[in-house]
Ligand binder design. Structure first.
Ligand SMILES: Nc1ncnc2c1ncn2[C@@H]1O[C@H](COP(=O)(O)OP(=O)(O)OP(=O)(O)O)[C@@H](O)[C@H]1O
Ligand SMILES: [Mg+2]
Length: 467
C-alpha cells in the first residue's frame, strides 16, 4: 500500500498528538504512518531498522539538544529528509540546521495542516532533486507528490487516470469534471493540482452551492475598500488567493447567471476586477470545475451560459458511476478497510471481507457511489469488531438483486409501528451491537453524537456508562 512513512521524534505527547491530528485532517488523511520516538537514541535505533520517507525532528530531546540532535540524525542517515520542529526560542538554531542540510523547519504553535503538508512535500521533493533519493519502498514513489490514490483497474478508471496525467502536463487548460455524487470528482481535482507544475501554489476549493448568491461575488472576486457600505477594508477574493495555483469550483451548475460573465472574463483574458475596483489585475489560475448535473442540458434551458460552458469544458473528465465499474468495488472496499486501521489500533490482524459480503457489495446499486461504499465499510468495521466482515455487518439499504427484502423486517419490527417506534427500536439495536458506545453508534446511524444523545433522552434509552 502506498504509504508515507514518517518518523516523528518528539518528547511531548501533546505536541505529537497535535501533529498526528493535523495530518489526519490534511489531504493525506490515512495515507501515512507515523512512528513515534521520544529520544534521540530511540530515533536512531528506529532509523537503523526501518526505512522512512521523512523525519519530523524536535531539536530538544531528553538525551540531546540543539544542533547536536540534527547532526546526529543527518550524519548517520543523510538519505532521509528532515523537517525540524522547534519552539520560538530556537528558531535561529533551526535556521542553522537548515544550512547544514535540514530541509525545513516549522515553529510549533504556528503550524496548520496545510503548512505542515506543504513543508513535507517540499522536503521530500527537494531531497529527491538533491540526491536521487530512493523512496523507502517502491509504492511510495507516487506518494512523493502526496497525491491521493485512485483505486481501481476498470477500463473506465484507467481512462480517467490517463486523462488526469494528460491535463496535469498542461498548466492553464480548464477542466470540467462530471459525475454523480460520490464518484470522486474532488479527488480528481486534487490529483490534477498535485501532479501539475502548479502544485507548489495554492489549491483553493469553493462549493458554489454552499454560498448564497449575494456573497458569492465578493467571495470569489474580492472588493476594494469602500466598494459598498460595509467594505471598510479591501478584501482578496478566492481567485486572487489562488494566484499561481488552482481553483476548484464545485457544483458549478449552481453559479448565479449574473456572475458567470465575470468568470468568463477571467478564463478569456486572465484578468480580474475587484468589486469597486478601477483597474483589472492579472491573475494566473487554472480553473477546475465539477458538476453532478448535466450542464449541456442547463445550457439548453438557458440556465447556464453557453460560452462559459465551452470555456470550462476544454477538457472533460467523466467519472462513471460505481455500478458501471463493478470490477473496482472489492478493491475499493479493501482499500477503505486498510485505511480504517486506527493509529492506536493493535498491530497485525487485517480485517477481511467474507465471500458473501464481497459479492453483496458487488451486486448492490450504489446510488451514493464511492462515498457510500466508504461509509458502509467504516460502519461495517465497527459492527464487525475483531471478526471478519460478514453480510450482516453491511448496512446496505436495498440490494434487490442480492437479497430480496424480507417481509418480517429487522428484529423487533412490526407493520403497525410508528416511525418513532421504529427509530427507537433501531437505535436500541445499534447500541446493543456497539456495546453502548455512543461514538460508534452515531457513526453507524449517520448522525452526530449530540443528535444521538438527544434521541436517547427522547426515547428514554441509556448509553454505556463508560462510553
Ligand atoms: N478511485 C478512488 N479510489 C479511492 N478513493 C476514492 C476514489 N474515488 C473516490 N474516492 C473517495 O470517495 C469519497 C468521495 O469522493 P469525492 O468527494 O471526490 O466525490 P465527489 O464526486 O466530489 O462527490 P460529491 O458530488 O458528493 O461532492 C472520497 O472520500 C474519496 O477520497
Ligand atoms: Mg465533491
Amino acid at each position: 500500500m502506498p504509504f508515507l512513512k514518517i518518523l516523528l521524534v518528539e518528547d511531548s505527547p501533546a505536541d505529537s498528538r497535535l501533529l498526528w491530528e493535523m495530518l489526519r485532517e490534511s489531504g493525506i488523511k490515512n495515507r501515512f504512518s507515523l512512528d513515534p520516538a521520544v529520544t534521540l537514541k530511540d530515533a536512531l535505533s528506529q532509523l537503523s531498522s526501518r526505512k522512512f520517507d521523512l523525519v519530523l525532528l524536535d531539536l530538544m530531546l531528553p538525551d540531546s539538544s540543539g544542533l547536536d540532535t540534527f547532526r546526529a540524525v543527518h550524519k548517520a542517515y543523510p538519505d532521509v529528509p528532515v523537517v525540524l520542529l522547534t519552539g520560538l526560542s530556537d528558531e535561529t538554531l533551526a535556521a542553522r540546521a537548515v544550512r547544514e542540510g535540514a530541509q525545513d523547519y516549522l515553529v510549533k504553535g504556528q503550524v496548520d495542516a496545510a503548512v505542515l503538508v506543504r513543508s513535507m512535500r517540499y522536503a521530500i521533493e527537494r531531497h529527491v532533486a538533491d540526491r536521487s533519493f530512493k523512496p523507502a519502498h517502491k509504492a511510495s514513489e507516487d506518494v512523493v507528490m502526496l497525491c491521493p490514490d485512485m483505486i481501481g483497474s476498470s477500463p473506465a478508471l484507467k481512462e480517467v487516470r490517463s486523462l488526469i496525467e494528460t491535463v496535469a502536463r498542461t498548466s492553464n487548460t480548464s477542466v470540467l469534471i462530471m459525475g454523480e455524487t460520490g464518484t470522486g470528482k474532488e479527488l480528481v481535482a486534487n490529483s490534477i493540482h498535485y501532479l501539475s507544475s502548479r502544485r507548489y501554489g495554492p489549491f483553493i476549493k469553493l462549493n458554489c452551492s454552499a454560498i448564497p448568491d449575494t456573497l458569492m461575488e465578493s467571495e470569489l472576486f474580492g472588493y476594494e475598500k469602500g466598494a459598498f457600505t460595509d467594505a471598510r477594508q479591501s478584501k482578496k477574493g478566492l481567485f486572487e488567493l489562488a494566484d499561481g495555483g488552482t481553483i476548484f469550483l464545485d457544483e458549478i451548475g449552481d453559479m448565479d447567471l449574473r456572475l458567470q460573465p465575470k468568470l468568463l472574463q477571467i478564463l478569456e483574458n486572465r484578468t480580474l476586477r475587484k468589486l469597486g475596483g478601477v483597474a483589472d489585475m492579472k491573475i494566473d489560475v487554472r480553473v477546475i470545475a465539477a458538476t453532478n448535473v448535466d450542464l449541456s442540458e442547463m445550457v439548453r434551458a438557458k440556465r447556464f451560459r453557453e460560452d462559459l460552458y465551452y470555456r470550462l469544458n476544454v477538457m472533460a473528465i467523466n467519472l462513471p458511476p460505481l455500478r458501471e465499474r463493478r470490477e473496482d468495488i472489492v478493491a475499493l472496499a479493501e482499500h477503505f478497510i486498510n485505511e480504517n486501521k486506527d493509529f492506536e489500533g493493535e498491530e497485525g490482524q487485517v480485517k477481511k471481507l467474507c465471500k458473501e459480503s464481497a459479492s453483496a457489495l458487488e451486486n448492490y446499486g450504489w446510488p451514493g457511489n464511492i462515498r457510500e461504499l466508504k461509509n458502509i465499510i467504516e460502519r461495517a468495521m465497527i459492527l464487525a469488531g475483531p471478526d471478519e466482515i460478514r453480510s450482516e455487518h453491511l448496512q446496505i439499504s436495498a440490494a434487490p438483486s442480492v437479497a430480496p427484502s424480507k417481509e418480517e423486517g429487522p428484529p423487533g419490527y412490526s407493520m403497525d409501528m410508528s416511525l418513532d417506534d421504529l427509530e427507537k427500536a433501531h437505535i436500541r439495536n445499534v447500541l446493543e451491537k456497539t456495546g453502548g458506545n455512543i461514538t460508534h453508534a452515531s457513526k453507524v446511524l449517520g448522525i452526530s453524537r449530540y443528535t444521538l444523545r438527544e434521541k436517547l433522552k427522547k426515547y428514554g434509552l441509556r448509553e454505556a456508562e463508560d462510553a
